[in-house]
Design a protein around this ligand. Sequence first.
Ligand code: GLU
Length: 278
Amino acid sequence: MRKDKINRVVVKIGTSCLTHQNQKLNYTAIEHYLRQLVDLKNSGKEVLLVTSGAVGAGMGELKINLPCKMAEKQGMAAIGQGLLISLYNKILRQFGELGGQVLLSSSDINEKKKYNNIFNTLEVLIKNDIIPIINENDTVATDEIKFGDNDTLSAQVSSLIKADLLILLTDVEGLYNRAPSLKVEEDLKLINKVEKITSDIEKKAGCSESIVGTGGMKTKLQAAKIVNAAGITMVIGSAYKKNIISKIINMLEEEKEYKIGTTFLPDDNHQQSGTSNK
Ligand code: GLU
């Protein structure tokens, strides 16, 4: 078990964990996540939030079930993103904190100058004690410049900002040996630790899709590949577990075994660079 000190943490939360079934924002859940993030920050860590939920919240507001066209989704995102950020800041203010909204397209990350600007903006927010609240810039994203899902976005942001840890909070406990929904003989087992993403692991992820949300396990594995290659640890955990974030941090920093969610360890040659020397 690595004992490295974790300094900079990116937490990504998926739509299904932010909204009710009717897509209205889930205030209790959101309050619980933000409370955890603020406590994490006040314990001395640097914290960034990657949030989904903009399209969902817009749909909930307009009581629209399935926006199909790109323009419709973009309209929903415009409505929902505003709702999200104002709710986040309303709650954060109660804890004496504030979030800064950062909306990104993948073309921003792929262009050197913009990449540097994003890095500088995020650093300024962190240095000023503001929690960056990041989402895809859904209202302008076209197919060519889309991250497509926030698992990928959060992985790219983690690499860009040289995070020590990426936590993906979702509606399942982690990666299983088989699809939890399948009624088969084989026992359902959570895979607690992945040291290398083999084809066998990819196969398991292929049949272990989450029910709601854009990503599912496949995109989470893609995210793990991106961050692990950059020396960053990634953990998939259940958003519904009480104080899941501090439990994950404690597991990585103090405890002797990987027992919560699924931890993807960085590539060997990066083991040391994952620790923060910022
Ligand atoms: N950016 C999308 C939204 O805020 C979510 C994409 C995703 O969850 O992967 O609705």
